[in-house]
Design a binder for this molecule. Structure first.
Ligand SMILES: [Zn+2]
Ligand SMILES: [Zn+2]
Length: 354
């Protein structure tokens, strides 16, 4: 089968490889769509970051590996111990876990000491004609969720988990700094959780427009105005919950200083560089800064994914404002990674159809 394999920075090749075999607990999925994630882009542009150069402790694989983890598709083959019918439409929870460390014991599979992701750590990937994963990673989707939209379930669940980590309550005011694809899922998940108003700060015009489509109450351009000043002004001195989803120093500082005393800043981004923040901005107002990584995985794969799937099925979440292009596997480098690296491009989420 054809698969996009990562060999190194700026070196992703479409290659003919042997499909993985299906073990007793496994499921083979014909991939319908797989989104290009910011983490894939980071690997392409400047990796390897999480892609293993030495054999991964769980998968035993090292580069070159097949990439892609935002996967939807249809089950075409199952192992003897699996009760998912062939023909079922599904998404994959890509978290890889060891099953024997302290975090796996606590059910926090996303924090596994030897963890990883399908499509980054070995174990196949979604930029391929098919992928074989253990049945525990497979989450069925109802007919109400088309397979193209289903490829957005994974990034939306990042937003669901971020909102859960923030402990925001209905009626809380929210500010989201950065409205790329994950920022937009945070906006929609916050709105779904009853947050109001929801302010968004984002320098790119096209991304601000999409934030409005996703339910933002007010959007602002931090290159034109001071978002912290505006937010503090609108909210009697500070927001209840802020989300940092841009991954740069200015937005980190803004997200920390926009919250009210006793409020919460949730850091969603992965940062490429160390940034300077003033701890006094946290100490004096007794605010809380929390991190959020991925979502529940392992044997709990269906929990937060299930929340997302129900919200997409009922129209509470709308994936359409996130998707800007659909491309074939053979065009993944030129029309996928290279376009996303172009700062002038208005691309958000590109879906690859293997
Ligand atoms: Zn992703
Ligand atoms: Zn573990």
């Amino acid at each position: 089968m054809r698969a996009a394999r990562y060999h190194g920075p700026k070196d992703v090749r479409i290659e003919e490889i042997e499909p993985d075999t299906v073990g007793p607990d496994d499921v083979r999925i014909a991939v319908q769509a797989c989104g290009i994630c910011g983490s894939d882009l980071g690997e392409y542009g400047g990796g390897p970051i999480t892609i293993p150069e030495e054999p991964h402790p769980v998968t035993g694989e090292r580069l070159p590996i097949t990439i892609g983890h935002e996967i939807s598709g249809t089950v075409t083959q199952v192992g003897g111990s699996v009760d998912i019918p062939v023909g079922t439409n599904v998404v994959i929870n890509p978290i890889i876990w060891c099953g024997s460390c302290r975090y796996c014991d606590e059910g926090k599979y996303r924090l596994c000491e030897s963890g990883g992701f399908v499509g980054l750590s070995g174990g196949g990937g979604g930029f391929a004609e098919n992928v074989v994963v253990s049945a525990e990673k497979v989450v069925p989707i109802p007919d109400a969720v088309p397979l193209d939209q289903a490829a957005l379930v994974e990034p939306f669940t990042v937003g669901v988990h971020a909102v859960s980590q923030s402990e925001l309550e209905a009626g809380d005011s929210v500010a989201v700094f950065g409205s790329g694809p994950i920022g937009l899922t945070v906006v929609q998940a916050a709105v779904a959780a009853g947050a109001a108003p929801v302010y968004v700060s984002e320098p790119r015009d096209a991304r601000r427009a999409r934030a409005s489509e996703c339910g933002a109450t007010e959007v602002m351009d931090p290159t034109e105005v001071d978002p912290v000043e505006i937010i503090r002004d609108r909210t009697d001195g500070g927001i209840d919950v802020a989300f940092e989803v841009a991954g740069v120093e200015s937005s980190a500082k803004q997200a920390i200083t926009a919250v009210k005393s006793g409020g919460t800043t949730t850091i969603v981004s992965l940062f490429e560089e160390t940034v300077g923040i003033d701890p006094n901005d946290i100490v004096m107002p007794e605010t809380t800064v929390v991190g959020t990584a991925a979502y529940q995985g392992g044997p709990l794969s269906g929990r937060e994914f299930g929340t997302t799937i129900r919200n997409v099925a009922t129209g509470v979440f709308d994936p359409s404002p996130l998707v800007t292009s659909e491309i074939g596997l053979e065009n993944i480098v030129k029309e996928g990674f290279e376009r996303l690296l172009d700062a002038q491009s208005e691309e958000m989420k590109i879906l690859v159809r293997p």
